[in-house]
Design a protein around this ligand. Structure first.
Ligand code: SAH
Length: 419
């Protein structure tokens, strides 16, 4: 989502203000740091990074801080780093062309509705496009800062989404990634109260766009994974069979403390239903260990879910207390040593599972969309079910979907031959 916000700002600046991107900080006239605040670490990195940039930049260059940390620290950023020229919150990035013209510009209003803005195309991306389908979040997970930085959830009207994807497909885009904090809650709230739609309906309508070949989305919320959604996911040929389902914790008690709205059993049941219908599906997840109320038994429930579901990818995090979230007021029963140990156990278990899974891909074939070349000159792409696959080829296969037979495996990617 942050990448998409950065792309939107780049598109605004290049189409309206004639900016071009550069990778050399000392050449830039404008430097924007787009930030995350989901965990504490990126926030603490911000000020050291700003200090370094301030030393490296051209004397006349301006610096802007955007995104979620901008939303929650606001003017504080300019107080601590007076050489910062402007601050724009995650929901306000559409004001970028205004912000660059006004020294000291600060806008972090989370009620600002930027739905009219969201679809500036980004020309550097040829085959894949990220598309926002909703902004903000209306959940109240007790650990999470996102609703405070991105505001309440608003779905973007379906016509705008379809129109944008059709234009993208006409220009050569073959795959879209639909973005939202809870994509499968799409259609619950529009800024115009008369509009009605649902995520399943949106998926059906998008898949009618002829030139578009693949649809991905991130992330669905486990609570809204009803049978209708799972059926559409399984049957719709254009939807890639790779799904991110954020578990957070395997303990029903901790899930309650987190206000996630589902139980351990519900989560396992949803994954089993998907796997029954799609044996080759790949499921990834997010896990937070050491939530303040997590006992050893709760943690074992998380391990149990990992063993049962056999995730293909896990993004694991140690709980990080965020300002003004409900969990930040809880007294923790977990020491930092225990937290590190739990994180390590999740990482080790997952590594063992992944090594077996990657080895089992040898001689299997996957449909791969090749999207770039790496420094060895190999073509790199992703299979429908989300494996990163490298292939040597003499013919140019960029932008094409090809069948690839796997010849070698590594922990994070596979190698194969185009048939
Ligand atoms: N909307 C998504 C979450 C987006 S944030 C959802 O509801 O699942 C991405 C991930 O960051 C979360 O899934 C969670 O695992 C992690 N995260 C969020 N807040 C965190 C915190 N306070 N400490 C550690 N990890 C956190």
């Amino acid at each position: 989502m942050n990448e998409k916000d950065s792309e939107n700002m780049t598109a605004e600046l290049s189409t309206k203000e004639n900016y071009k991107t550069t990778s050399a900080i000392n050449e830039a006239d404008l430097i924007i740091l787009n930030t995350c605040s989901v965990r504490e670490k990126p926030v603490s990195k911000l000020f050291s990074r700003l200090g370094t940039i301030n030393k490296q930049k051209k004397h006349t260059a301006r610096i802007g801080v955007c995104g979620c940390t901008a939303s929650h620290l606001s003017e504080e950023i300019i107080k601590r780093a007076p050489y910062v020229d402007f601050v724009l919150g995650a929901r306000n990035v559409s004001k970028i062309t205004k912000a660059i013209k006004q020294k000291g510009f600060v806008d972090v209003d989370i009620n600002y509705d930027e739905t009219t803005y969201l679809f500036k195309g980004f020309e550097n991306q040829t085959y894949k496009r990220k598309i926002n389908i909703s902004i903000g979040c209306d959940k109240s997970c007790t650990f999470c800062i996102v609703p405070n930085t991105r505001g309440t959830e608003i779905s973007i009207p379906k016509e705008l989404i379809i129109n944008e994807i059709s234009k993208a497909a006409d220009s050569g885009v073959v795959e879209v990634l639909l973005l939202g904090q809870n994509v499968n809650n799409y259609g619950k709230t529009f800024s115009n109260k008369n509009i009605k739609s649902s995520f399943v309906q949106l998926l059906r309508d998008i898949s009618k766009i002829d030139k578009l070949k693949r649809i991905r989305f991130a992330s669905p919320h486990p609570l809204h994974m009803d049978d209708e959604f799972i059926d559409e996911f399984s049957k719709n040929k254009k939807i890639c069979k790779n799904i991110h389902i954020p578990l957070q914790s395997g303990s029903t008690k901790v899930l309650q403390d987190m206000r996630r709205g589902y139980t351990k059993q519900w989560f396992i049941n949803r994954c089993e239903r998907i796997k029954e219908k799609l044996p080759n599906v790949r499921i990834s997840t997010d896990i937070i260990v050491a939530f303040p109320t997590e006992t050893q038994k709760d943690f074992e429930d998380t391990i149990d879910v990992i063993k049962k579901v056999q995730f293909d990818q896990i993004f694991n995090f140690k709980y990080s207390s965020r300002p003004n979230t409900q969990a930040s007021f809880l007294k923790t029963i977990v020491t930092d040593d225990i937290a590190s140990n739990r994180l390590e156990q999740v990482i080790q278990l997952h590594k063992e599972q992944i090594d077996k899974k990657m080895a089992s891909t040898i001689d299997k074939s996957y449909e791969v969309l090749f999207e770039q070349k790496n420094k060895n000159g190999d073509f790199v792409g992703f299979s429908d079910n989300g494996y990163q696959i490298h292939s040597k080829n003499t013919k140019d296969i960029l932008g094409k979907i090809k069948e690839v037979k796997i010849t070698n495996f590594h922990r994070t990617y596979l190698e194969g031959l185009v048939s």
